[in-house]
Design a protein around this ligand. Structure first.
Ligand SMILES: Cc1cc2nc3c(=O)[nH]c(=O)nc-3n(C[C@H](O)[C@H](O)[C@H](O)COP(=O)(O)OP(=O)(O)OC[C@H]3O[C@@H](n4cnc5c(N)ncnc54)[C@H](O)[C@@H]3O)c2cc1C
Length: 391
């Protein structure tokens, strides 16, 4: 069943009028890329459980990798333009947006913020072009929401570091040329750059995922991995730098999931206008309209929140708690929208001929990673009350 008209995006509150011409151009360019190059292949990749690697050079050439980083071959865009890129990519697929988020927010950002000049020169231009791929290893099999309790250890021996431990659920793990790995040292938590092929370092993939299938997710196993002393990120001391990376990536997720929500809204609206049941389009039933109106309202509120958080980020005054609220809100809205859209599509809602079912599955991983809904609730709760309720 073809659903006709091309995707326009939902803009009920004329958020468009709050964007610069450059921001609109960037959004429209990425939207066209997703329509022309991602959507025709993504269903096959999701079925096969593969990432569309052949798109990486184009993504790099478009300047989408580390797009908000200054220098080293990066585009140096503002936070709102960066957010719009994430929104459009995730309209295509959460796996695609995850690839770009991890590369930019979790690998290029820490190298740029905490790396030595030599590390920046070596990795940032190649990562920006997509010639090198990166991953970020924080989560462990027994430590997810509480990364400060990690078991991975790095011990200094002469002029070398010896790493032992395991990371789990790492996006891009087995395809990464360079991994940002967080480990406990006698001096607290530190970040290390571990190169692919280092003896003792293996990266088995997680299989059997029903979510983020068009994305590589791996374990990182470290068995007496020997690194030179210059493999440490000199400026990253303690857990805070790792959490600063997460704030970068969470900001992108807040925008990305509203691209997902717009996609399922668009598909559900068009489907409901064409699907005839009891002699009339299901769009004409009040119960369907209630779902569509809820989706449009929540998407609109989220667009305004994301835009304001983005403007605060550009002004340098955004707080991690505001980013937590945007990530938490966006994921809740996208999750609920994908549930309503799946309902509206009836049986078609579970067929991968339509996009809704894939997004319905994907949002489950995005709702969980980079801080679960519970954790972001507690972060905002702590900010409001002054009382930490994590433990
Ligand atoms: C597809 C995918 C890709 C990922 N990519 C990466 C990556 O690239 N790098 C990386 O480091 N990690 C990655 N992750 C890991 C992700 O960040 C973790 O899964 C997430 O932080 C949650 O950890 P956990 O799964 O161990 O859940 P747990 O921490 O075990 O939590 C289980 C449940 O308990 C709840 N909970 C925990 N603590 C509390 C509390 N104090 N109060 C109330 N409820 C609580 C949680 O909200 C959750 O519902 C990825 C995960 C997935 C699924």
């Amino acid at each position: 069943m073809g659903l006709g008209a091309a995707f326009q995006g939902l803009d009920y509150a004329n958020v468009e009028s709050l964007l610069s011409d450059e921001e609109k151009l960037i959004r429209d360019t990425v939207r066209a890329f997703v329509t022309d190059e991602v959507l025709p292949v993504i269903e096959r990749h999701f079925r096969d459980g593969t990432f569309p690697n052949n798109l990486i050079p184009t993504i790099g050439a478009m300047g989408l990798l580390g797009a908000n980083i200054q220098g080293y071959g990066c585009a140096g865009l503002g936070a709102v333009a960066y957010g719009l890129i994430m929104q459009e990519l995730e309209r295509g697929d959460s796996g695609l947006r995850s690839f770009v988020s991890v590369q930019g927010g979790l690998v290029m950002y820490p190298i740029h913020a905490f790396g030595s000049e030599a590390q920046k020169e070596r990795w940032l231009p190649a990562l920006a072009k997509g010639e090198a791929i990166g991953c970020f290893g924080l989560t462990e099999p027994d430590h997810g929401s509480d990364p400060g309790t990690m078991a991975t250890r790095a011990v200094k021996k002469g002029d070398k570091w010896i790493l032992n431990g395991a990371k789990a659920w790492i996006t891009n793990g087995s395809v990464a040329d360079i991994s940002v790995v967080w480990a406990k040292t006698d001096d607290g938590i530190r970040g290390f750059l571990v190169e692919k092929g280092t003896p003792g370092y293996t990266t088995p993939d997680h299989t059997g995922k029903f979510s983020l299938r068009a994305s590589v997710t791996s374990e990182l196993i470290l068995e007496d991995v020997e690194l030179k002393s210059d493999a440490i990120l000199p400026g990253a001391k303690g857990l805070k730098p790792a959490l600063m990376c997460l704030t970068q990536a969470r900001y992108g997720i807040a925008w990305g999931v509203i691209g997902l929500a717009q996609c399922v809204f668009d598909e559900a609206l068009k489907y409901s206008q064409q699907r005839i049941v009891f002699g009339k389009p299901i769009a004409g039933f009040q119960l369907t309209q209630r779902k569509l109106a809820w989706m449009a309202t929540e998407i609109t509120k989220s667009q305004l929140l994301n835009l304001q958080v983005g403007r605060l980020k550009e002004a340098g005054s955004v707080t991690p708690q505001q980013v937590s609220m945007a990530k938490m809100n966006g994921c809740r809205v996208a999750r609920e929208c994908s549930h309503f859209a799946r309902e509206i599509l009836g049986a078609s809602g579970i067929a991968d001929e339509f996009q809704t079912g894939r997004h319905f599955c994907n949002i489950e991983a995005v709702y969980t990673y980079e801080g679960t809904d519970d954790i972001h609730t507690l972060i905002v709760g702590e900010e409001l009350t002054g009382i930490a309720a994590y433990k």
